[in-house]
Design a binder for this molecule. Sequence first.
Ligand SMILES: NC(=O)c1ccc[n+]([C@@H]2O[C@H](COP(=O)([O-])OP(=O)(O)OC[C@H]3O[C@@H](n4cnc5c(N)ncnc54)[C@H](O)[C@@H]3O)[C@@H](O)[C@H]2O)c1
Length: 381
Amino acid sequence: MSDAVLGQFTQAKQEEIKAGGRKLKVGIIGTGWIAESHIQSYKRQPDVEVVAAADLIPGKAEAFMERYSVEGVRYYPDHLAMLEAEALDAVSVCTYNRTHAVCTIDALQRGVNVLLEKPMCVTTEEAVEICRAEKASGKVLSIGFQPRFDVNMQMIKKIVQSGELGQIYYIQTGGGRRRGIPNSTFIEQKTAGIGALGDIGCYSLDVVLNAIGYPKPLTVSGYISAFFGPNPLYNNPADAARFNVDDFAAAFVRLEGGIILDFRIAWAMHMDTPGDTLIFGTKGGLRIPSTDCWNGSVGGPMTIYHDVAGERVETTVPVLKNDASKGGLFDQKIRSFLDAILQGGESPVSAGEILYNQAIIDGILQSSQVGREIEIVIPEI
Ligand SMILES: NC(=O)c1ccc[n+]([C@@H]2O[C@H](COP(=O)([O-])OP(=O)(O)OC[C@H]3O[C@@H](n4cnc5c(N)ncnc54)[C@H](O)[C@@H]3O)[C@@H](O)[C@H]2O)c1
């Protein structure tokens, strides 16, 4: 669709909503921690009304909406009851990882647009089913990677895509915290399904895979461990007793196009960092300083190592400030999703790309289990 046609379509759609006095009707599935960021952002959008909320824990959704002074909301004991009873334009899926797939697929099958929190889900099979449901529905599905809206992340992609680094052949990515094990539903198989690898690993994979255009992953040799989470020396005893996911992961991944991805991620370690993110190209290399807590920002100015007029030169790329007039990264994540619904545009963070992110994560878990390199098989969508 051309910009002009797109503009007319958006205006027509917005006018139709205005003429009917109608705002986009949104439901929240799962009213825990991250739903707080969703509701605050939705409240700042003039063309949205949050009309429904569901949570498995009785009374939780009601208390949540009361805390944020949102009135006129209808409440449901689970996502399916909500989807059956409501005619919604969109939902935010803010549940723990284990129920991401079922909530997303059930919503798409009922013609509802979905903003799905990260990581996409737990297994590659689930990710494939999500992509198939998206394709069959023709609705917008966006995956909640708000770092995509950080101008520094966009700069990394711009540098790579400009050809400044030449052909990319090797990437080291990852990050982690010396001590930073979360609690609540993040640390159990039955709710999270994956630990640090899914929680923050998905972000560090996204930074580099997005920059290089998400090539298909081919093979992976992965390792996971949990020497900190279950140990009461490093975790509070109640959380240590129920901890049964990974707190560290490392992998060597082969990507289409002959690119090697060397990855490591940690919720806890006896180290300050598992290393900066490094992108090696035939004409230049890019160093992206790591952060203490992987939160989608860069840890300091980036450096490009290249030859200029036959001399080895380092070019500093300063940390860029995000444009405050666009709102925070979370607001941009919500707004871009709403705009894609209204404009009939592309998904801001496409499930087709994040499928590869998920396949690497699942591949690391599978490879670790069998103790050798495995092929990553992704069925046709
Ligand atoms: N984008 C970010 O910056 C960010 C930050 C934190 C967490 N997250 C992601 O958000 C997700 C949720 O994390 P959280 O800390 O809010 O979890 P949480 O445990 O605090 O909340 C999840 C809620 O979902 C509810 N739930 C589960 N299945 C449901 C269903 N079928 N129907 C209705 N409710 C259901 C649970 O009862 C729970 O209250 C995780 O996948 C996490 O990775 C994203």
